[in-house]
Write a protein that binds this ligand. Sequence first.
Ligand code: GRG
Length: 293
Amino acid sequence: MAGVTDLVTALLTPEKLFPAHWEVPAKLAEAMGYSLLAGGKRLRPLLVIAACEALGGSREAALPVAAAIEMVHTYSLIHDDLPAMDDDDYRRGRLTNHKVFGEATAILAGDALLTHAFYSVVQSSRAHGVPAERVLSIVEDLAEMAGPRGMVGGQTADMDGEQGLTDLDSLKYIHLHKTGDLIVFSLLAGGRIAGADERQLEALRRFGVNIGLAFQVQDDILDLVGDEGKLGKKTGSDVRQQKVTYPYFIGLEESRREVERLTGEAKDAVLDGGFSDASRLLEIAEYLMSRDH
Ligand code: GRG
């Protein structure tokens, strides 16, 4: 799937991002491109393509939707880095968007990426002859999973919880929505482009919920292990003063077992789906479980 990353990135370049006749302020286009082309794993695009191809669907039709979900993901990172939120100076190895372009432009670049994602889904689906009913479902899913019941809801709960989360269920809610929903969306969108039936969509949803949570728990583990690497080995009470993550509630070893359990659930879900070729989806689940950065 290495080629997919390049194909998606090619759709995010300034020449390909907008129709040639559009007049877009240069500074806005530059700010959007700066974060879109800053690297990143392109996990969500890979999932769109893998789900579509697992059902024998067309990669060409799925690629613009894959690029669109990367726009939504990138908008969320730009806004997350703002002083009003996480106040980060670096992202993907370079200065954050607001550090380079200023806060107002960074906010607008995020807004523009979110709205342009919807334009791209509709416009490209029309160009590839994706049936209107499927496009409507994709747009509906994206609005649901990026919006108040999805990623924005998860981010809000995360910010509210910064004063101190007291239980694992609240943390799980944050992970499922802040990170998980865009992952579920990516799989459903790939499935819908390929004409998935209800059983297959349900399998993709189950797969997504489980790998989404596994991805985030693994992130929590890497966060802790990485900090230990930087700061020296911590004692249990030191860990308790650190971020409120899965290891905080259930410990490091139990968190590792949870990643394995969730990955197993995800693999079972995909095997139940009756896909013509599930191998890519299974590979991605395996990769997420074993990633070390
Ligand atoms: C501002 C509405 C709004 C939402 C922000 C995604 C997000 C929600 C915040 C990012 C904060 C964070 C570190 C979340 C943990 C896991 C995560 C989503 C990491 C970033 O995704 P990757 O690892 O990033 O796929 P790359 O750079 O590889 O694309």
